[in-house]
Design a binder for this molecule. Structure first.
Ligand code: FAD
Length: 449
């Protein structure tokens, strides 16, 4: 028995979102015996996406986007916390990762505009300053004046000789379309008054973005709704998209209801009984601390200054608020986003010296709050630490016609990875063909957890 969508989603959590597809509601009202996709005719293909974080929403968006025209598709997304409840260099396929995540960001930006959100306040705007991925060198976007160019980028001052060498090498070998600029001390001071560069230079990444993850995920959710609604305006096409705010205890409870189930539960995939001890993932808890500059203190952070990436990252959200991250506590089993006073103190003790090494002015800022999450860290391969993708039927043992898929192990790069891994997995699920996914992403199956 399936739960009713939307019934328990508090408006507090998703203030600007209508949780059901508008078309679903209309169809349910007008149809005497609606089929699951809201119309008459053959049964639609039914997908369940477990988790509404970066991975789950990307998969949902791509399922709606890439299902064939004239098809009937229903995508149900399950998340115990609603949208974005989780943890919400040079890389293998770096350019592709970057392109796909930028495509999703643009779709979310359009949906954000369509919902009429006020983008003038820091809290509601989708892009702060720094995208939490360090791949600005692969950026392909950016007609002048576009929203993405309005961001102020990231500055990276090296703090060790090794980091200095790598940064200089990257700056020299970056693609022509990339923008990695080496700044001397004077240029640094003009860009960020008060920045301290121990090696007298920094690398500036003007195209890097600073994302407001919760706001972005809400907008991506809206983009999924819009896709479903738009597709359903064609008579031969029916697409449904629903969110169920519900905890998933096990995979068994979904068998029989769906053609495919795509597991996007972040580190909590390890808690599913069917996957216990079957995934080569390590957990790593991280704390992010927010600081504010007291209203009576001078030394505001320049509105035109970029964020800073160093041994810690400093993501500025306006002239008087900064998030500093993050800590790395391996093997943690503490999944709570709440940070105790003791944990906050330890995190601040660890983060502040790193931050003040490059921005000494931070000593005038006050600690405001902290939040935490768990990263699902994948194993290191010759191509780096890649997410775990693929069909799970061989691992779970195929017991029904339902096919299970995994998108896991996004580690500390969820924002960078989610676009491409969501697209590949959606295409694999639509075509029922794991070969759509490059074998580098599925090779984890040979690793003993
Ligand atoms: C402190 C910290 C800092 C980070 N910094 C960065 C950064 O700068 N840049 C970057 O790109 N990435 C960063 N990351 C990593 C990024 O947050 C993750 O890679 C990303 O969140 C993974 O996305 P996901 O969708 O796989 O999992 P999650 O975001 O964890 O989403 C999983 C979803 O599943 C839901 N869920 C879990 N279990 C169940 C269940 N049983 N039933 C129903 N729902 C369930 C959760 O509520 C959640 O919404 C950071 C992570 C942490 C912890």
């Amino acid at each position: 028995m399936l739960p009713q969508p939307c019934s328990s989603a508090p408006s507090r959590l998703l203030p600007s979102l209508i949780l059901c597809s508008r078309l679903t509601v209309a169809a349910a009202a007008s149809s005497p015996s609606p089929s699951p996709a809201g119309g008459h005719g053959p049964r639609p293909l039914r997908y369940a996406v477990l988790g509404a974080g970066f991975a789950g929403l990307s998969v949902a968006w791509h399922l709606l986007k890439h299902s064939p025209r004239d098809s009937r598709v229903s995508v149900d997304i399950y998340d115990e916390n609603g949208v974005g409840g989780g943890a919400s260099g040079l890389l293998w396929k770096g350019a592709e990762f970057w392109k796909e995540s930028m495509d999703l960001l643009r779709s979310a930006e359009r949906a954000n505009g369509a919902t009429g959100s006020d983008t003038t306040s820091q809290d509601s705007s989708l892009i702060w300053r720094r995208q939490c991925i360090h791949l600005c060198s692969y950026s392909y976007f950016g007609p002048p004046g576009s929203l993405f160019n309005e961001s102020l980028g990231i500055v990276r001052p090296p703090t060790t000789e090794k980091a200095a060498d790598i940064l200089l090498e990257n700056a020299q070998s970056c693609l022509e379309s990339c923008s990695l600029q080496v700044l001397d001390s004077d240029a640094i001071r003009r860009l960020i008054p008060g920045l301290c560069a121990p090696f007298d230079f920094a690398v500036y990444m003007p195209l890097a973005l600073n994302i407001n993850p919760r706001k972005y995920l809400q907008a991506l959710f809206s983009a999924c709704q819009n896709l479903a609604d738009e597709a359903s305006s064609f008579p031969s096409e029916q697409k449904e998209f629903k969110l169920y705010k519900q905890h998933v205890n096990n995979l068994h409870q979904l068998t029989g209801e769906y053609d495919s189930v795509i597991i996007c539960l972040g580190a909590k995939a390890l808690s599913l009984p069917e996957l216990a001890n079957k995934l080569p993932l390590r957990t790593c808890r991280g704390v992010i601390a927010e600081f504010q500059l007291p209203s009576d203190t001078v030394g505001e952070y320049g509105n035109q200054s970029p964020s800073i990436l160093s041994d810690a990252w400093l993501a500025f959200q306006g002239p008087r608020t900064v998030s500093i991250g993050s800590t790395w506590q391996w093997k943690s089993e503490n999944y709570s986003s709440t940070v105790s006073d003791e944990e906050a103190l330890t995190a601040v003790d660890e983060l502040l010296p790193k931050a003040s090494g490059v921005y000494p002015g931070i000593s005038k800022w006050d600690f405001a709050r902290a939040r935490a999450g768990i990263r699902a860290m994948p194993p290191l391969t010759t191509n780096g630490s890649l997410p775990l993708l693929g069909c799970l039927d061989d691992i779970l043992g195929k017991k029904s016609k339902c096919t299970f898929w995994l998108v896991g192990g996004l580690g500390a790069r969820g924002l960078l990875y989610h676009g491409l891994v969501g697209k590949l997995t959606a295409k694999a699920a639509i075509s029922c063909d794991e070969n759509v996914i490059p074998s580098e992403f599925t090779s984890w199956k040979a690793i003993k957890p």
